[in-house]
Design a protein around this ligand. Structure first.
Ligand code: FE
Length: 370
């Protein structure tokens, strides 16, 4: 019960901060996290010999991608493409743009107003032909894509003017087929689709309550991780010097949800920019932290953090720690499923309920069927 007494001590502070957070929420763009495009991998740059590129690419592709050529305007196969899907580098498959970034610029080449986040495209100054322009290159293979101009008509003000020959288009239906094939390969290889991840996003009562509602989440446990193995009672952890964070351990079915979706929820319902603090809950036990199990989880987390930072969703940098998972200690029984058991408590109504409402609004299509 100590937790409740402590929390009531912060009651007035919580009200003030809840109002402050609401004010902040109107200024940041956290509802957009659900739709952010997260790069799938950040593999090292690809290097091939000129001979290899010649063998792999058609003559026209080689001329544009490797010799910085330009296709004739109004001739490219993707100029008028309006299908839903992803535009990849034609040389290496690096995902560069999605259909919702494309617009009709009437300039004769496919045009986009932004790129998929995560450093997939690099820019260099191009002083050729007596002009000063910004050239865009695939960051993975160095292939020439086109140029970047600052005369775009949308709110980004940008126009990525790209050769069709530098791009491959994969329709949304084919992207889904690719994902299903990958899933099937994993199943065939005996890789389980049931996975776990351990997340600290402040008070575990809040985080647990939200994830209990997400489709594909099999179970959620509240507990502690990251600290002293000899100090694992709630009272010890709440002293703030055990190194433990309050965490939830999720078991999820990655045929129904994904780590990317789970982390999008995570970054929507807590503030990852406040060091060792969530609202009125202050101390290292309330820090924002992801305990990853393997390199894939680490890369997924790293990529989503980079994407949110790049989109400036919060207007300040994310301070979430990424740490290798070691051990999870389940908290006392009365901390499990706390929100459902104590919905009328002031902390539940003032702090947890708004997070649930935000989750229900942003992820309305992803709730468990009752
Ligand atoms: Fe490339």
């Amino acid at each position: 019960m100590m937790k409740k007494n402590k929390r009531f001590g912060f009651y007035l502070m919580a009200i003030i901060i809840a109002f402050a957070l609401n004010a902040c929420a109107q200024n940041n763009k956290t509802a957009e996290i659900a739709n952010i495009t997260v790069p799938k991998n950040n593999k090292l740059p690809m290097e091939k010999t000129d001979e290899d590129w010649k063998k792999q690419l058609s003559e026209e592709q080689y001329y544009v991608l490797r010799k910085k050529g330009t296709e004739a305007p109004f001739t490219g196969k993707l100029l008028m493409n309006k299908e839903k899907g992803v535009y990849k580098c034609a040389a290496c498959g690096n995902e560069l743009f999605t259909d919702n970034m494309k617009f009709d610029s009437h300039c004769g080449w496919p045009s986009f107003d932004k790129e998929i986040a995560g450093g997939k495209i690099k820019t260099i100054e191009d002083n050729s032909h007596g002009m000063k322009r910004t050239e865009i290159l695939c960051a993975k293979c160095g292939g020439h894509l086109g140029h970047l101009f600052d005369d775009g008509p949308t709110d980004t003000g940008l126009r990525y003017c790209v050769n069709s020959l530098s791009l491959d288009f994969v329709s949304e239906a084919d992207v889904k087929k690719e994902q299903q094939q990958q899933q099937q390969q994993q199943n065939d290889a005996g890789i389980s689709h049931i996975q776990t991840i351990t997340l600290g996003g402040g008070c575990y009562w809040c985080v647990e309550a939200v994830y209990e509602m997400l489709d594909g989440v099999v179970s959620v446990s509240s507990g502690f991780s990251g600290g002293d193995e000899n100090k694992i009672t709630y009272e010890e952890v709440s002293e703030g010097n055990t190194g433990h964070a309050e965490v939830v351990q999720l078991v999820y079915d990655n045929t129904k949800t994904s780590l990317e979706e789970i982390l999008k929820v995570f970054f929507t319902v807590h503030d990852p920019t406040t060091l060792n603090r969530q609202g009125a809950d202050v101390g290292t036990q309330y820090r924002s932290v992801i305990f990853y199990n393997d390199n894939t989880q680490y890369e997924t987390a790293r990529n989503i953090i980079d994407a949110i930072n790049k989109e400036e969703v919060y207007g300040k940098p994310i301070v979430t720690q990424l740490l290798p998972f070691k051990k999870f200690f389940k908290a006392e029984d009365y901390h499990q499923n706390y929100y459902q058991q104590n919905k009328n408590q002031p902390y539940c109504r003032m702090v947890i309920q708004p997070k649930i409402e935000k989750f229900e609004k942003v992820f309305k299509d992803r709730l468990k069927k009752k």
